[in-house]
Design a protein around this ligand. Structure first.
Ligand SMILES: NC(=O)c1ccc[n+]([C@@H]2O[C@H](COP(=O)([O-])OP(=O)(O)OC[C@H]3O[C@@H](n4cnc5c(N)ncnc54)[C@H](OP(=O)(O)O)[C@@H]3O)[C@@H](O)[C@H]2O)c1
Length: 273
C-alpha cells in the first residue's frame, strides 16, 4: 500500500517540501504521496488526531508548531531533545517519534565543501529557533568558538548559556556591535530573518576574503544582499536552499531507510524559485 506524508504549519501554501519529496518519489518509483496541511496555531492537537486517523506515515513540522509539537511525541530522538524542537515525525501504528533534521541539514553543505569546522571561529547572526539548531551543530563538530550576535541581547545571552552547556565556547553581542569585525571570523552565518524582504545585509562584510565562509539560511530570495556582498569579496558562499535540501534529504532517509535521490530533490527545489 502507498505511504502518505505531509508538512504541517501555518502558513503552508508556499512550502517547497511537497515538491522536493514528490520529486524523490518519482525518481525512485515509490508509491508515496506528500501533502501540505495547514494547521492553525491553536488547532495542533486536533490536527495531529486527524493525521493519525488517516494513518499518516510521517510528517514535517514547521512554523508555528516546531516547539509545541514536542508535547505530542511518544518518543524523542536525541537531535530533537537537544534542540528542544521537532521538524520530522515518524508514525508507527500511532506511536509518534520526533527528530530534528535542521542541525544535520545545516552541517551538510559545510561538510560537502570540506570546511574545517573544528578549528573555526564562528560569527552567528540571530538567536531564534534556527540559530539554536545551528549552535548544536557547531557544538557537535567542535568549533573553536562562536560569537552570537542578536538584535535582542537577552536572547543571545540565553543561546550562549545553551552553547556553554553543550561545551561550545561562546559569547554574546548585539548586531550593532559587530561593526567592522567580520574579518576576524572563519565562518559567518545569517540565521536572522533579515533578507526575506530583500533588506540590506545585517552587517558589514568589509575585510573578509576568499577563505571566509559566508552562509545565509534565508532561502527566499536565493541571492540575498548578504550573499551578494560576500560574493563581491570572493568569499565561499553557501545558499539557504542548501540547508533546506539537507534537512529534507535527512528526513527522507529517516522515513524510507534508504539513500535520498539528492540531485532529483535539488532540481525540484531550484525549480521552485
Ligand atoms: N534554510 C533553511 O532550511 C531554514 C531553516 C529554518 C529557518 N530558516 C530561515 O531562518 C530565518 C530565522 O528562522 P527562525 O525559525 O530562527 O525564526 P525566529 O525564531 O523567529 O528568529 C528570528 C531571528 O531573526 C532576528 N530578526 C528578525 N527581524 C530582525 C531585524 N529586523 N533585525 C535584526 N534581527 C532580526 C530575531 O532577532 P530578535 O531576537 O531580536 O527578535 C531572531 O534572532 C527565517 O528567515 C527562516 O525562513 C531557514
Amino acid at each position: 500500500m502507498g505511504k502518505t506524508f505531509a508538512v504541517i504549519g501555518d502558513p503552508i501554501n508556499h512550502s517547497l517540501s511537497p515538491n522536493i519529496h514528490s520529486a524523490a518519489f518519482r525518481e525512485l518509483n515509490l508509491d508515496c504521496s506528500y501533502i501540505a496541511y495547514r494547521i492553525p496555531k491553536e488547532e495542533l492537537a486536533e490536527g495531529i488526531e486527524g493525521l493519525k486517523k488517516i494513518k499518516i506515515d510521517g510528517f514535517n513540522v514547521t512554523i508555528p508548531h516546531k516547539v509545541e509539537m514536542m508535547k505530542y511525541l511518544d518518543k524523542i530522538d536525541e537531535s530533537c531533545s537537544l534542540i528542544g524542537a521537532v521538524n520530522t515525525v515518524t508514525n508507527n501504528d500511532g506511536i509518534l517519534k520526533g527528530y530534528n533534521t535542521d542541525m544535520d541539514g545545516f552541517l551538510e553543505p559545510l561538510k560537502k565543501r570540506n570546511v574545517d569546522i573544528k578549528n573555526s571561529n564562528v560569527l552567528l547572526l540571530g538567536a531564534g529557533g534556527a540559530a539554536r539548531a545551528i549552535v548544536a551543530g557547531f557544538a557537535k563538530e567542535k568549533a573553536k568558538k562562536i560569537t552570537i550576535a542578536n538584535r535582542t541581547i537577552e536572547k543571545a545571552n540565553n543561546l550562549v548559556k545553551f552553547a556553554q552547556k553543550i561545551s561550545l565556547d561562546a559569547n554574546a553581542i548585539t548586531i550593532d556591535q559587530v561593526e567592522e569585525s567580520a574579518k576576524n571570523y572563519d565562518i559567518i552565518v545569517n540565521a536572522t530573518s533579515v533578507g526575506l524582504q530583500n533588506e540590506p545585509s545585517p552587517i558589514s562584510l568589509e575585510g573578509i576574503n576568499e577563505k571566509t565562509v559566508v552562509y545565509d539560511i534565508v532561502y527566499m530570495p536565493m541571492h540575498t544582499d548578504f550573499l551578494k556582498r560576500a560574493k563581491e569579496k570572493n568569499a565561499i558562499v553557501i545558499f539557504g536552499y542548501e540547508m533546506l535540501l539537507g534537512q529534507a534529504v535527512r528526513a527522507f532517509e529517516i522515513w524510507h531507510g534508504m539513500e535520498a535521490p539528492y540531485n532529483a530533490m535539488k532540481k525540484a527545489l531550484l525549480g521552485g524559485f
